[in-house]
Design a protein around this ligand. Structure first.
Ligand SMILES: CC(=O)N[C@H]1[C@@H](OP(=O)(O)OP(=O)(O)OC[C@H]2O[C@@H](n3ccc(=O)[nH]c3=O)[C@H](O)[C@@H]2O)O[C@H](CO)[C@@H](O)[C@@H]1O
Ligand SMILES: C=C(OP(=O)(O)O)C(=O)O
Length: 436
């Protein structure tokens, strides 16, 4: 496992270009399995999770051609379903969360799909009921034995139906949509997740000949078609990376411009950072964060302490809460961070407390942060990255801290951030990658 050694306390200055969105990439890559024709995808981020999924698709028989740095062409003409029974598949499939989304396309096109229990962040229980109940409603037979780490689904034919999802699961909605596009008849999905990731997937599928309406809402209609054709698709900039860069600028008192952010797709993210007192200027489609010596957290209108909580889209994505928490440690004022979705995502606050941050972890879901107003810098320390977003939050904390910090297990960061060390060093950061 590699390590980052970070010399903190330097101010950064310059432009950052966000990578393509990890969570969209994982969906649209799986969608390439739905057609035997060529699918060209632009702006694919060069990150561990995406590269692992591309490798998995190639092992399944998809022909993969890299045409430019972030552009690939996929052709799923000769799929080897036998691979699903191999030990190698069991290992590769369980190494990331996104692999779960090969089920919908495989089931729709080939009538069967097996998948090992997927990986991803260990941030609490991450159930998959929504996926499997959805497939069962479409007529699939689902087999899973407790202790067996494999899920098996078979369906000679999928039939459209009405379904009300028990929760607005992001990958669950994507999976069900990809199964429904080739089902017989119309599928209505209510309480669907509607993140830009899902909207992008639906637009891509429609460009392949699918008939999906209601895009952007939580009520989707999917009229099944007999087959899909190839297409060309461009992945949106990663909104979580954009949020991470805004937080980084504020914490390190840096002036940073984030280029081509697709501002319209960012939902409540910019306003949430503004509530922490961070100034953002929108110039064309760029976000410019001016150098700020201090930032003051707003209270609610009645004077009570601000709460920032996650919620299904268009609410605030849970993937930014760890970053918001770390940024609040140097703000003026207090805020309650409420992580409603995941139950183990706030434990990394112990590390921030070691560094001198004032945080009370009220319970696994809630933390109160009392900002230091940039008066006392955090202290450098040694830490291990527990998950992707905590990892980046700790990186931001270390960049703002006095002294030299180390973060181990940075594979967790590489899972979702493309060459983060090189990109930040280019604007003045001091991060050294040590390959162990
Ligand atoms: C590969 C991928 O795309 N991963 C994302 C995806 O994971 P993923 O699709 O796995 O997450 P889900 O949307 O299924 O659910 C995440 C968690 O939130 C809970 N939940 C979900 C919906 C809801 O209305 N209420 C609720 O409490 C679930 O029980 C679960 O514990 O969506 C998560 C939620 O945005 C993000 O953190 C992950 O980055
Ligand atoms: C939780 C995340 O990823 P995954 O679902 O891949 O574990 C994330 O991107 O913050």
């Amino acid at each position: 496992m590699s390590t980052f050694e970070i010399t903190g306390g330097t101010t950064l200055k310059g432009e950052l270009h966000p990578q393509g969105a990890k969570n969209e990439a994982l969906q649209v890559l799986c969608a390439t399995l739905l057609t035997s024709e060529k699918v060209r995808i632009h702006n694919i981020p060069n990150i561990l999770d995406v590269n692992r999924l591309i490798e998995l698709l190639a092992s399944l028989g998809v022909s993969v051609t890299q045409e430019a740095k972030n552009t690939y062409c996929f052709e799923a003409k000769n799929i080897n379903l036998e691979y699903l029974n191999s030990d190698e598949f069991a290992k590769k499939g369980s190494s990331l969360r996104g692999s779960i989304m090969i089920i919908g396309p495989l089931l729709a096109r080939f009538g069967k799909a097996y998948i090992p229990k997927p990986g991803g962040d260990k941030i609490g229980r991450r159930r998959l009921d929504t996926h499997f109940i959805g497939f069962q409603k479409l007529g699939a037979d689902f087999k899973y034995k407790q202790g067996d780490k494999f899920y098996r689904l078979e369906a000679p034919k999928l039939k459209g139906t009405y379904m009300l999802l028990d929760e607005a699961s992001v990958t669950g909605t994507a999976n069900i949509i990809m199964a429904a596009v080739l089902a017989e008849g119309t599928t209505t999905i209510y309480n669907a997740a509607c993140e830009p990731y899902i909207q992008q997937l639906c637009k891509m599928l429609n460009s392949m000949g699918a008939k999906i309406t209601g895009i952007g809402s939580n009520l989707l209609y999917v009229e099944g078609v007999k087959s899909l054709s190839g297409c060309e698709h461009r992945i949106l900039p990663d909104m979580i990376e954009i949020g991470s860069f805004i937080g980084l600028a504020a914490m390190t008192k840096s002036e940073i411009t984030i280029k081509n952010v697709a501002y319209k797709e960012l939902g409540v993210i910019p306003d949430t950072f503004k509530k922490l007192g961070i100034k953002l200027e929108i110039i064309g489609d760029d976000i410019h964060i001016p150098k700020q010596e201090n930032y003051t957290i707003e209270n609610f209108m009645d004077g009570s302490i601000l709460t920032i909580a996650d919620a299904p889209w268009p609410g605030l994505t849970p993937d930014l809460l760890s970053i918001i928490l770390v940024v609040a440690t140097q703000a003026k004022g207090s805020v309650l961070i409420h992580q409603k979705m995941f139950e183990s995502r706030l434990f990394f606050t112990d590390k921030l407390i070691d560094m001198g941050a004032q945080i009370i972890l009220c319970d696994p879901h809630r933390a109160t942060v009392i900002g230091l107003n940039q008066e006392n810098r955090l202290r450098a320390t040694k830490m291990v990255s527990p998950d992707i977003r905590a990892g980046v939050s700790l990186l931001i904390a270390a960049l703002s801290a006095d002294g030299i910090s180390t973060i181990q297990n940075i594979d967790q960061i590489d899972r979702g951030y493309e060459n983060i060390d090189l990109r930040l060093n280019a604007i003045g950061a001091k991060i050294r990658r040590i390959d162990n």
